[in-house]
Design a protein around this ligand. Structure first.
Ligand code: 4AD
Ligand code: MG
Length: 444
């Protein structure tokens, strides 16, 4: 049989398509792969193709002696990111990261990719961001997106194990939760709606029906500041628990974060290696986490020479100074009421403070969680709405929760992209989401 006849026979054989992540199961067998060429070099009569299919990578070898001359000359048209289908024999190769390589018998180009724009070693960040839709085909970006996916799965598992009910709160809302300055307005049939800043108020209502609830979805903030930590659209996981107090709230956050890190280390080591993440730092994230009160934090910052006074908010620089003292996440509790949202319960020992906490990630990565016990008394809540210049009429349904069987309750919100940024060791939150939305970026 000629080489050409052999090759046609193989293409007609309907060899079953496999995913590269499973390739080791097919050693010694003929398989079909559909994917993209991540790298291509040739030497004499051989092409070495680095093929990826989303699930994994493998080297495919096209030898002049093993394929028809038509297939071999078609290889000249292969560039970075050309899409192909190939058929070949899987061989064990202990030196390859996948443990295998493929000896190609037949190959078809599905889509050309002339002048792939991201072929150079170094590109400026603006260029990469303008090509985000192509950029995330790179191994680093793929690793980040896989870790993000794993984090979501682990968190959902955690809440299931803890007996929480997943509830979905609306994206279009009629009132503010986290302050009016970061609301996105949307015309709504003659009224104004706002894109949600947090599902918390709705979760509070749901917690009276279901006890332990959480939601997980996109959240919007018209953040006017350009920082490494702020997106205008981000994903937040929020939990709310009836009858849980401030202490219980912090214990839950600690349990969740330590479980999350332990599981990511177990399940995504390979991706963390691709990102060159120092996993030793993550391995240190075990309970108990340290705590500072806001008062202690201000005292410490003043001792180190920061020009901060009691009543000032902690900025990114101050958070970094504080968290760098510890090798695990740091709770900062009991902030002054005037720095925080209207719904936080005053500290019974000092009503100028609230029963709240932020959780700061280690390695200077800033706030990953915002949390509090909520006001459960109708009169106090009404007074707070007034102080914050919020219209009582917009919050009637929320006040009802204090009118009909009020109950102590607490909860928190975890910023997914902040967690991804920390776990992956990224320098900017924009790489932690597929299509980041920033103050100056709505495309691609
Ligand atoms: O601290 P925040 O504003 O808290 C709330 O929204 C509460 N209502 C949550 C609750 O108690 N149910 O936001 C919570 C977290 C922050 O700690 C941070 O991780 C993340 O959401 N976050 C942002 N992430 C990216 N970009 C932004 N602009 C963010 N703003 C907050
Ligand atoms: Mg906050």
């Amino acid at each position: 049989m000629s080489k050409k006849q052999k090759s046609n026979k193989i293409m007609n054989m309907k060899t079953s398509n496999i995913y590269l992540k499973n390739i080791k199961q097919y050693i010694g067998q003929q398989v079909s792969i559909k994917g993209w060429v991540a790298n291509c070099r040739s030497s004499g009569g051989i092409y070495f193709l680095q093929v990826r299919d989303g699930s994994g990578y493998c080297q495919a070898i096209v030898s002049r002696d093993e394929v028809s001359s038509k297939v071999f000359s078609a290889c000249q048209q292969i560039n970075l990111e050309t899409s192909i289908q190939l058929i070949g024999l899987v061989k064990e190769e202990s030196r390859a990261p996948s443990g295998c390589e493929i000896q190609v018998n037949d190959l078809k180009i599905i889509g050309q990719s002339a002048d792939w724009p991201l072929g150079k070693k170094e590109h400026g960040i603006d260029f990469l961001m303008n090509h985000r839709h192509l950029w995330f085909r790179s191994p680093r970006q793929v690793a980040i997106l896989k870790i993000r996916n794993e984090i979501i799965i682990i968190l959902r598992e955690f809440f299931k194990q803890e007996g929480f009910i997943l509830t979905d709160t609306p994206i279009l809302t009629g009132s503010s939760c986290e302050g009016v300055s970061t609301l996105f307005k949307v015309p709504y049939f003659g009224q104004t709606a706002y894109l949600t800043q947090s599902g918390q108020l709705y979760l509070e209502a749901l917690s009276a029906a279901l006890g332990k609830v959480y939601n997980f979805g996109p959240t919007f903030r018209a953040e006017k500041s350009k920082t490494r930590r702020h997106l205008t659209e981000f994903w937040m996981l929020e939990a709310e628990v009836a009858w849980m107090d401030h202490q219980g709230n912090m214990a839950l956050q600690e349990k969740m974060i330590s479980y999350l890190i332990g599981q990511v280390l177990k399940r995504r080591k390979q991706e963390l290696i691709i990102l060159e993440r120092d996993v030793k730092q993550l391995e240190k994230v075990i309970t108990p986490f340290p705590h500072l009160t806001y008062d202690q934090a201000i005292g410490y910052l003043q001792k180190t020479g920061c020009k901060i006074k009691w009543g000032d908010d902690l900025g990114a620089d101050e958070e970094t100074i504080l968290s760098k003292q510890y090798d695990r996440p740091l709770f900062i509790e009991r902030y002054p009421a005037k720095l925080k949202a209207f719904y936080m319960k005053p500290d019974p020992d000092n009503p100028k403070l609230t029963l709240c906490n932020d959780l700061l990630a280690p390695e200077g990565r800033g706030e990953i969680i915002g949390a509090s016990q909520r006001i459960d008394d109708l009169a106090t809540l009404k007074k707070k709405l007034k102080e914050f210049k919020l219209k009582e009429a917009d919050y009637q349904w929320y006040l009802d929760l204090r009118r009909y069987g009020t109950f102590p309750h607490s909860g928190f919100g975890l910023g997914l992209e902040r967690i991804v940024t920390w776990i992956c060791g990224l320098s900017h939150v924009r790489e932690a989401i597929s299509f980041p939305r920033l103050i100056n970026r709505l495309q691609p």
